[in-house]
Design a protein around this ligand. Structure first.
Ligand code: SAM
Length: 272
């Protein structure tokens, strides 16, 4: 992770006192030309925004992230400083993500997981990405040579998914559907299913129906600390059992902290 510039000492030279500085966020994300920050109870937000623009020469807009809502994961944001242009192209491990941060989510904390998906697959492998978004996982996998069926039902995210397939020159590796992933019929079972959605466990039936014997599922969820790893593992085992299939847990990972005492996790499982 690149070191973030020292915001605090800059604000101090602008006359901020210790009490105020304590409430200044310690971290933020730079997504393409946009700085994204969660303010909490930070005072003098506009001044912080202006200072962040000075510190990040290539950024031209600072956005405050207020939250993310609904099953389409739509962001709630406000412009704090700069041009207010929320459309940008973010580059990560060579993958380019065009997006509009006013309209679609981008979780900076999932960076390692996005990169991992690009290295997990084998060339030519068939993958179903059930919650593709703008291509968070689809793009690194397609760039690594996977043939991805990518499903996304939010029309705005779907448009960016199509644009990003072109931008990354991987249109030939991606079949994209704007649909509910439960409605998609796969003609040939796939080797891998990616379930990048906190309620993924509700979709395990469709996921297992698409997965060939010996295939791998990556199931995400938000798990309270005291239910690690019992709950996600049980959900996978129960779903597999109803399909008369066996589960081998391959990996259990914390993607990021979701909220106090709750983790965004992913469990990798082979389903015979
Ligand atoms: N995988 C991304 C990541 O980790 O950054 C997150 C994608 S976002 C959390 C989940 C996406 O799933 C949203 O774009 C939402 O519109 C989409 N979605 C939710 N329910 C869906 C469904 N039943 N079928 C298809 N897409 C769905």
């Amino acid at each position: 992770e690149p070191r973030l510039p020292d915001l605090e000492s800059h604000l101090r030279t602008q006359g901020w006192d210790d009490d105020e500085l304590e409430r200044v966020p310690k971290s933020w994300a730079v997504i393409g030309s946009v700085v994204l920050i969660q303010f909490g109870d930070c005072p003098r937000k506009e001044e912080v925004g202006e200072t962040l623009l000075d510190l990040h020469g290539k950024a031209d807009t600072v956005l405050a992230r207020e939250g993310i809502s609904g099953e389409h994961r739509e962001p709630e944001i406000t412009v704090v400083a700069g041009s207010g242009d929320t459309e940008t192209i973010h580059t990560e491990h060579g993958t380019q993500y065009a997006l509009d941060l006013r309209k679609v989510m981008f979780a900076p904390g999932n960076q390692r997981e996005r990169a991992r998906m690009g290295t997990a697959i084998e060339h030519g492998e068939r993958v179903l990405d059930m919650f593709a978004g703008i291509g968070y996982f689809t793009l690194p996998m397609a760039r690594a040579g996977a043939r991805v069926t990518a499903v996304e039902r939010n029309p705005t995210a779907f448009q960016f998914l199509l644009e990003n397939a072109v931008l990354n020159d991987v249109t030939q590796n991606i079949d994209a559907y704007r649909a509910d992933c439960r409605e998609i019929e796969i003609d040939e079972p796939v080797e891998r299913v990616v379930m990048g959605y906190y309620d993924a466990h509700d979709y395990l039936d469709s996921s297992l129906a698409a997965l060939k014997p010996g295939g791998i599922v990556h199931m995400h969820e938000t798990t309270p600390e005291n239910l690690l790893w019992e709950r996600p593992v049980r959900r996978l085992r129960e779903a597999a059992e109803t399909h008369g299939r066996e589960v081998e847990i391959l990996d259990k990972r914390r993607v990021k902290s979701h909220s106090e005492g709750v983790w965004h996790v992913v469990v990798d499982a082979r389903i015979e």
